[in-house]
Design a protein around this ligand. Sequence first.
Ligand code: DHB
Length: 393
Amino acid sequence: MSLTRTQVGIVGAGPAGLMLSHLLHLEGIESVVIESQSRTYCEQRVRAGLLEQASVDLLVQSGAGERLRREALVHEGIELCFNHRRHRIDLFELTGRKVTIYGQQEVVKDLIQARLNAGGQLLFESEAIGFDDPLSAEPVIRYRKDGDVREVRCDFIAGCDGFHGVCRASMPAGVLTRYERVYPFGWLGILAEVPPASKELVYANHERGFALLTMRSLILSRLYLQCAPDENLDEWADARIWEELNTRCAAEAGFAVRDGPIIQKSVTALRSFVTEPMQFGKLFLAGDAAHIVPPTGAKGMNLALADVYVLARALAQFYRNGQDELLNCYSETCLRRVWRVQQFSWWMTYMLHRFGDDTAFEHRRQIAELEYVTRSRAAAQSLAENYAGLPLP
Ligand code: DHB
């Protein structure tokens, strides 16, 4: 059996696992990243694409933000569309912070490149299958590669392997408490080769359901429609998607969502989920392995990056002087931010979506909330502060 020894064994090569490996390297700490998918798959997986200021700063300050600075689109505001009118929230004026459009797969590409340039060990097509005792001084990650079972021995394990990963699933029964809410809808997302319909993101509350206009570049649009959680994509011919986007985002005369070739279509169910604690023995969970937010507040990737920032700092303290205070409060430090972001994502979701049991009362309540958020500076500032993102802990 092939055996590797490292300081930190990281499961998952998404933004969390790769950023952790990168930050640890800058602290002189060695890690191995174990990823079940191929490098190409990771680099092409279309996911969210909005970075808070703090996430951008982390990428830039850690030296992985060079392409981001050249290519990403910086936005100073967003628009909320309801009652057939659009209302701008000026994030920059309200908070002094901006948000940045840069696809998750671009972050992944840049971090993979940074790790490879530094001689980092990334094991693709290597499926983690379990651990030997996370309570032991030298835990072991077992993984399958080319049909063989291999091992990585390490001081610590970082579970960055997403909601369906093995890390959380391998925790002993009774250690974790799950907090969860599943929403009665999903998002149908498309990527289309057409310039964005609007310069800034548009979040629309419409009787037929929520819609979101976003983008990946000045020639590539990303668009979402609220749909059933198990919506059948076969029922969504391209023309129907464009028509629905135009209906839900209809605002002032002359505004239209222009159509173009659709190059990707998918359906995602919405869920709020938190597991507590985020640590057991030498195993630390980060990102979607520990929590999921509904995408309405654009927080998933940002929260994952905040987790690993906290974890890297705690591990650096440990390796520098043997102290484990920061490691011991990893879970508590992360969960404070996680629950703040959960609350914000839940609130945005409730304000903007149609629920199956909607009543006329509920719709009028949403409109009253949207009017308040767009007319009151205090309310707008609260939205903007959360949307543009809190400073890193
Ligand atoms: C994007 C996704 C979101 O969920 C969101 O709230 C904003 C932007 C995106 O994919 O660009």
